[in-house]
Design a protein around this ligand. Sequence first.
Ligand SMILES: NC(=O)C1=CN([C@@H]2O[C@H](COP(=O)(O)OP(=O)(O)OC[C@H]3O[C@@H](n4cnc5c(N)ncnc54)[C@H](O)[C@@H]3O)[C@@H](O)[C@H]2O)[C@@H](O)CC1
Ligand SMILES: Nc1ncnc2c1ncn2[C@@H]1O[C@H](COP(=O)(O)OP(=O)(O)OP(=O)(O)O)[C@@H](O)[C@H]1O
Ligand SMILES: [Mg+2]
Length: 352
Amino acid sequence: MLVSSSSSAVLRRQLFLIRCLGGGVGQSYKKIRRVNCSSMVAMEADAEHVIRKITPLLDPTRHKGQAGKVAVIGGCREYTGAPYFAAISALKIGADLSHVFCTKDAAAVIKSYSPELIVHPVLEESYNIRDDEKESVSAKVLAEVVKWMERFDCLVVGPGLGRDPFLLDCVSNILRHARQSNVPMVIDGDGLFLVTNNLDLVSGYSLAVLTPNVNEYKRLIEKVLNCEVDNDDASLQLLSLARSIGGVTILRKGKSDLISDGEIVKSVSMFGSPRRCGGQGDILSGSVAVFSSWARQHVSSTKESADCNSQNPMVLGSVAGSALVRNAASLAFANNKRATLTTDIIECLGAR
Ligand SMILES: NC(=O)C1=CN([C@@H]2O[C@H](COP(=O)(O)OP(=O)(O)OC[C@H]3O[C@@H](n4cnc5c(N)ncnc54)[C@H](O)[C@@H]3O)[C@@H](O)[C@H]2O)[C@@H](O)CC1
Ligand SMILES: Nc1ncnc2c1ncn2[C@@H]1O[C@H](COP(=O)(O)OP(=O)(O)OP(=O)(O)O)[C@@H](O)[C@H]1O
Ligand SMILES: [Mg+2]
């Protein structure tokens, strides 16, 4: 592979700073910032190449399910759009089956948006149950999800989940079980609210991807690194954050998306859309779930993954998911200008 001298200089500097980070991450990050006046620059990912590499062929010998089975854990009284956006995006990108596990109130609404989704009305919020029922209801919720768990290639946890404490306790149990079963997970929205306050749920789990927006990232940085967000050295801080949470992959959404697993930092800066309507992050979480599943299949089926820049399938999936959503957002904006909505972007997911 040809590497230009400027990109190899960036790589050398990345490697130097990563070595400096060493083990004690929070402190090392602050020390490096004090003694280094120049910043660490993320390398732009070759997203087109990654997408081409990991996307499976539309092969007539393949059967239903082989292109991916995704489950979204989210959807409550307030939010029905977010889980729908995540789940339908996974299908539009190419997954074969997309499930939603949500509260009973949300289920009928989500089913009515689309006959394509398999909707399980299994989650419960506090207002609906008595204190003396909590233990048995919690066990029942877990059992309802667990019986499906091993069929899923990836969970998306959090879009439209809400913040009801009992519901979040049940979701913590689901996360622990998914982790024991080695099921990959993308954590977004209220799932990030949950894990930021309970880092042990994901810490050290290399099959987890966190997709924070600006607020969610700020809360993570404050909680984990105990400092403010540093936009002057965003890459190094992200690398340090991912390393502090034990090598989970973090996709920091923004003007450029930044992706790190604590070993490497990539950016996806291609033009997206200037519209910031709600729901675009939900599309991204469904997209990353599908591409990460494909990347895992690709990495396990071929030895040539080294030419994809990083062998971590969760990083590859994040790069591909980010690029595809930004591309769709840019197409939707070209068609709809200021009237662009999340549903318009979903319609553009298949147009490349
Ligand atoms: N159409 C939909 O159904 C959509 C639902 N969404 C969902 O909305 C939820 C919140 O996501 P945001 O991106 O707005 O999250 P943010 O963390 O950006 O929250 C937005 C604001 O609301 C406050 N807030 C939210 N819940 C609170 C609570 N229980 N107590 C105190 N303050 C609270 C936050 O502090 C912040 O100021 C997520 O579940 C997300 O998935 C969004 O994805 C947008 C689209
Ligand atoms: N300033 C920006 N310019 C261009 N694209 C952006 C910008 N900020 C975010 N994006 C893109 O928009 C998508 C959603 O990111 P955003 O930060 O809006 O997520 P979110 O707040 O979680 O969304 P949601 O409303 O679904 O919860 C991502 O694909 C990201 O790359
Ligand atoms: Mg969001």
